[in-house]
Design a protein around this ligand. Structure first.
Ligand SMILES: *Cc1c(COP(=O)(O)O)cnc(C)c1O
Length: 305
């Protein structure tokens, strides 16, 4: 038993026709917590529990916090999530629905995170949203499932925030003997910390996040993600917020699934038939999902841009 589910892998007829190649979707938007994050966080939480943790602590008001809250409820472990004042009512509501204790502290994530760290007791486990080898091991199950299905894509398209998903997917490619399959690492403008790292030759701290895709808003990617850019064929792609939002709308029409702009960024690469796809005929898109957007937010976001 795992806390994540094995998600459907389907060929998208509309997206295949639009881009003139086979487009396969790994539908992690259908995970019980609303995003792929439960794969790694579920695995990390189970591991921490087996090592004696009595409480899980997170400082994420987004999909990572939701995954911790879900995992804690399923495992019968209390969860505390510290979020800054800027967190939306909806995000807090979703956390409370999963029975997490929500503490609002500070005006920025840095302040909330510092407070969360100060709460950690010897019997508590702190779950990082992207920088933890246990997380990458859990995320890698996404590729194990694709491998078992018998489909071998010639490229993988995924979104990058702090680089946890990227690190896990590449770990999965390698552990299944697929180290030759390139990865297109997609970010939005204003949240492109992986792109900055690749350009600079080392990880870089962005001054601020200006993208609407808040789930991609890690100011600095983890070292492992940067390391993979040297040890695996990875191409960095940056799209606009507008492209990500339009892709969310089209995807809702095509597949009746609402995803966050963070996920829309990857879908945009296909819908806009990015030149980066040129040499590929059979691509796998990680539909990473996201539970914090509403249809209204996607539409309002689009109009205001
Ligand atoms: C967390 C998240 C990402 C980015 O994942 P990282 O591991 O931080 O790179 C992308 N999309 C969604 C919906 C997410 O929740």
């Amino acid at each position: 038993m795992t806390l994540h589910i094995e998600t459907p892998l389907i060929e998208s007829c509309t997206m295949s026709v639009t881009s003139g190649r086979s487009v396969w979707l790994k539908l992690d938007a259908l995970q019980p917590s609303g995003s792929f994050k439960i794969r790694g966080i579920g695995y990390a939480c189970e591991t921490c529990l087996s090592r004696g943790a009595r409480r899980f602590i997170s400082s994420s008001g987004g999909n990572a916090g939701l995954a911790v809250a879900y995992a804690g409820r399923r495992l019968g472990v209390p969860v505390t999530v510290v979020v800054p004042e800027t967190t939306t009512e909806r995000a807090k509501e979703l956390l409370q629905l999963e029975k997490a204790q929500v503490i609002v502290h500070g005006t920025s994530w840095q302040e909330a995170n510092a407070f969360a760290q100060s709460l950690i007791d010897v019997s508590d486990a702190f779950l990082h949203p992207f920088d933890d080898p246990l997380l990458w091991q859990g995320h890698a199950t996404l590729i194990d499932e694709v491998f078992r299905s018998g489909l071998k894509p010639d490229a993988v398209v995924l979104s990058v925030g702090g680089g946890g998903l990227l690190s896990g997917v590449i770990e999965g490619l390698h552990r299944n003997g697929w180290s030759d399959i390139p990865v297109l690492a997609v970010e939005t403008m204003g949240a492109a910390s992986f792109n900055s790292a690749v350009r600079a030759g080392h990880t870089v701290e962005l001054e601020q996040i200006t993208s609407i895709a808040t789930s991609l808003g890690a100011k600095r990617v983890c070292e492992q993600a940067f390391q993979w850019s040297k040890d695996h064929p990875v191409r960095s792609v940056v799209v606009s917020d507008q492209s990500a939002l339009s892709a969310c709308e089209r995807f809702l029409d095509d597949h009746r699934i609402l995803v966050e702009p963070a996920c829309g960024a990857s879908l945009a690469v296909v819908y806009e038939n990015s030149p980066e796809l040129k040499s590929f005929s059979n691509i796998l898109v990680v539909v990473c999902g996201g539970a914090t957007s509403t249809v209204d937010q996607i539409r309002v976001g689009e109009k205001s841009r």
